[in-house]
Write a protein that binds this ligand. Structure first.
Ligand SMILES: [Zn+2]
Ligand SMILES: [Zn+2]
Length: 185
């Protein structure tokens, strides 16, 4: 699916101080300077650092991590290929249980289905979930404008900057010109 060049992005929470007390909570804030990311074969470029902030709370059954992901990316319009800036602002809520400590069978099912994530030791790595939140907030097809006219498939002209000669009357396909004759009567 997606491949990330994000080895440098750590996004780890040290939660040792939360572990012994249900209800205890800590806040976190990360600024990660990502330059680019592969997105289904296309490249996404980041105009701003990735901001991730939120809180981690011991809810008894595990650690509930709640926060927002905020950044701005530059991508290409899916129709005309012009660069487009798109804001990313997504909230996320994820629950983490310590590996091997999913107590009830219900939780075990949730772990298997990916609704609850496991962590090891005293550190929760939230990178994967954060990146998924960035990706889901990006429209499948980024457009510079909902009405973008795209590129002429014959001559390659960007039609947002004006009509090309391909769309002149002589180029109308025979069916259409028959219709046009009918309307012109
Ligand atoms: Zn466009
Ligand atoms: Zn054309």
């Amino acid at each position: 699916m997606f491949s990330f060049r994000l080895e440098v992005v750590v996004l780890r929470l040290e939660v040792a101080k939360l572990l012994n007390k249900k209800g205890s909570s800590m806040s976190f804030e990360f600024h990660e300077d990502i330059k680019e990311m592969d997105f289904g074969g296309d490249k996404l470029y980041f105009n701003k650092p990735l901001l991730v902030e939120g809180t981690a709370t011991n809810v008894g059954s595990g650690i509930l991590v709640r926060g927002i992901v905020d950044t701005e990316i530059k991508a290409s319009c899916g129709r005309c290929l012009q660069p487009v800036n798109a804001c990313v602002h997504e909230e996320f809520v994820e629950e983490y249980v310590r590996a091997g400590e999913a107590q009830e069978s219900l939780e075990k099912d949730d772990v298997d289905q990916g609704e609850i994530h496991e962590y090891h030791g005293n550190t929760i790595g939230i990178r994967k979930e954060v990146i998924e939140n960035v990706l889901v907030s990006i429209p499948m097809k980024i457009l510079c404008d909902p009405d973008c006219r795209g590129i002429c498939c014959r001559c390659g002209k960007d039609l947002n900057s004006g009509d090309c000669s391909c769309s002149e009357e002589g180029e109308i396909n025979p069916k259409m010109s028959a219709l046009k004759k009918w309307f012109d009567k």
